[in-house]
Design a protein around this ligand. Structure first.
Ligand code: AHG
Ligand code: MN
Ligand code: MN
Length: 344
């Protein structure tokens, strides 16, 4: 019986991309390879959750003013501890940590900046719904500089990202990432028996137009008139424009995004007046919107804050929140035109 050869591993894929990039030094390969190890450790814990005391909240409130889940803390710690010693980073930024995370002086520094949401979809941890990790990689502007990294070196627009992607811990663990510049978006599935991520979704392209809209309608009363009208639009009956769309909302951004990336559709987290401290909605520009905006753009889609491209926003703070409309190009461009009054 001819055994099916193991497919292309993520490591082979990264090395192939490294060979095709004349400036590559292997630093990026080291960075991504170590991040993948961290994700495998988190995936194992997520899939064991419920068997060990890893569920529930720690009773603390984090910088985001949200209940901290034990798995948030665990995932955050795993990534920081794994990534700080590899000698490729000059600093890190985490959704769970208020300030920039410095590289301890005993470790060599590198030129990359790693920003991440260690565990996305925390409210779904205890109910066995898909959650994930989102990551965004920038290069330090003045490379080779061994001095401490200043925040304004980190606050670069999303268009400057050198790589971005996410891990989704669901019925299987999948990694999706891109290095931009036409290299495409590729998905890898973790085969626990092999312990490797194998290529499973080569060159993902998001459908131009979808049939799915994804938004938390429980916030309807907190939206402005234009936003309400936009969401109502997707529910109206009009065969010629394929409406009404189907509603799908998981409550984990990575899960809602990944479904729309593969099937087409629009995910929306609009600004709302629910919490005066969060007038620009809930999602974070640097740690959630920018990485997914890079992925969706490379896959042929688009991401907007309702007025313009997410990737061109000049960030002001590490934990800055931003309204997010992301997915199929036609749907998101329509939403942006509708919200900024350029469409009916
Ligand atoms: P996180 O768990 O990292 O805080 O992210 C949760 C986010 C995102 O995953 C999801 O789209 C959104 O929260 C859901 O928010 P609502 O429960 O307000 O709909
Ligand atoms: Mn998140
Ligand atoms: Mn999170």
């Amino acid at each position: 019986m001819n055994r099916k050869a193991v497919g292309i591993t993520i490591t082979q894929h990264i090395l192939k991309q490294q060979r095709e990039n004349p400036q590559a030094t292997g630093a990026f390969t080291t960075l991504l390879t170590e991040l993948i190890v961290a994700a495998k450790v988190i995936s194992r814990e997520v899939n064991k959750a419920g068997l060990v005391d890893i569920l529930g909240s720690t009773g603390e409130i984090n910088i985001q003013d949200e209940q901290v889940q034990k798995l948030d803390v665990f995932a955050n710690r795993v990534i920081i501890e794994r990534m700080q010693h590899i000698g490729q980073l000059c600093c890190m930024g985490s959704e769970e940590v208020a300030d920039l995370i410095e590289i301890p002086s005993q470790y060599p520094k590198g030129n990359y900046i790693l920003l991440f949401d260690p565990l996305d979809g925390s409210s779904n941890i205890d109910v066995n719904v898909s959650i994930g990790t989102i990551f965004s990689i920038y290069k330090r502007k003045n490379e080779g500089n061994q001095s401490e990294v200043l925040l304004d070196e980190v606050l670069q627009p999303g268009i400057e990202q050198v790589a971005a992607g996410y891990f989704i811990y669901g019925s299987s663990t999948i990694m999706v990432y891109t290095t931009g510049n036409g290299t495409g978006v590729h998905g890898f599935t973790l085969y626990p028996s092999v312990g490797e991520f194998l290529l499973s979704h080569e060159n993902i392209r998001i459908p131009e137009k979808g049939k799915i809209y994804s938004v938390n309608e429980g916030n309807y009363q907190y939206w402005d008139e234009r936003t309400r009208a936009l969401v109502d639009y997707f529910k109206e009956k009009d065969k010629s424009s394929g409406r009404p769309y189907t509603s799908r909302y998981v409550g984990s951004l990575v899960a809602d995004f990944h479904r729309n990336l593969l099937k087409g559709g629009i995910f929306m987290y609009p600004a709302d007046n629910k919490d005066p401290k969060k007038p620009h909605g809930k999602l974070r520009l640097m740690l959630e919107a920018n990485p997914l905006a890079m992925v969706v753009k490379e896959a042929g889609g688009y991401a907007s804050d309702g007025q313009g491209p997410i990737l061109e926003i000049d960030p002001k703070e590490l934990h800055q929140r931003i309204p997010l409309f992301i997915g199929s190009k036609q749907d998101v461009e329509f939403a942006e035109a509708f919200l900024s009054g350029k469409a009916p």
